[in-house]
Design a binder for this molecule. Structure first.
Ligand SMILES: [Zn+2]
Length: 255
């Protein structure tokens, strides 16, 4: 990090102090943050302040968010990049927050080349170079869907698209093997699709069977929110995500 960036960072942090009570409000009930060391928790808080200073957070659908509520979204958004760095979120600027599921209109081409107009309710969306869209209800009440985390899901898409279209293949770190990633994820995704097709009960959200990029986003949610499930179901995927996110949530929650 250059001296100017470091100077800017300090200036932003000094200009936006947050007291302990506000942090408590912001993280209330977020068991996903359990087990972070004091150093990690501090870094996450700093990232959250910097994230809010870098991105505009816009409310839609009549929603109003307080400062602790904005910090709550920022804390969740920064968790995946805690050991990567905030620059992994460069290149986009807005977070749009809806109160609850919103309806999107878009066009999709099917395999026969026919374009369909899609009008469907969604809880999150992430556009390459564009905004990240989330809904407040599941963020406010994480217990509603304990193994899920919408913000992490959309952030995983953001990381995935750093090296091109979303395909479940984010830029890997030096020392990681692209072949191993492709083999592990390819095999797990194939197995998961088969189980979902056969209507087998899965602890992982069947939405992950939609496409490789959704599988990556869904297993990223489970990795942080309920890591023991992913470790049990797809241990090799878990290991690849430990290498990618440079975190081991199962270990920190167990300790
Ligand atoms: Zn998705």
């Amino acid at each position: 990090m250059g001296w100017l960036t470091e100077w800017n960072r300090r200036r932003i942090l000094a200009g936006n102090p947050v007291d302990e009570q506000t942090w408590r409000q912001a993280s209330e009930g977020l068991s996903i943050l359990n087990g972070l060391t004091e150093t990690e928790r501090r870094r996450l808080q700093e990232f959250a302040i910097l994230f809010l200073s870098d991105k505009s957070m816009e409310c839609a659908g009549g929603l109003h968010l307080t400062h602790p509520q904005r910090l709550r979204i920022a804390l969740l958004a920064c968790l995946p990049v805690l050991n990567l760095g905030l620059d992994w979120y460069d290149g986009w600027h807005a977070v749009i927050v809806y109160p609850d599921e919103f309806v999107t209109d878009h066009e999709e081409m099917d395999e026969a080349g026919v374009v369909h107009r899609i009008h469907e309710p969604r809880s999150g969306e992430s556009w390459q170079h564009g905004p990240m869209i989330v809904t407040w209800a599941p963020i406010e009440n994480p217990d509603l869907y304990p193994d899920h985390n919408l913000v992490i899901h959309e952030c995983a898409h953001k990381l995935d698209t750093l090296n091109g279209a979303a395909n479940g293949f984010p830029p890997l770190h030096r020392g990681m093997s692209a072949k191993e990633w492709a083999d592990v994820f390819g095999e797990a995704f194939g197995d998961f699709q088969k189980r979902v097709d056969e209507d087998q009960e899965t602890l992982i959200d069947p939405y992950g069977a939609e496409a490789p990029e959704e599988f990556f986003a869904v297993v990223s949610e489970v990795f942080f929110a309920a890591p023991w499930i992913l470790k049990e179901e797809y241990p090799q995927v878990y290991e690849q995500l430990v290498l990618f996110y440079r975190q081991d949530p199962a270990r920190r929650i167990a300790e």
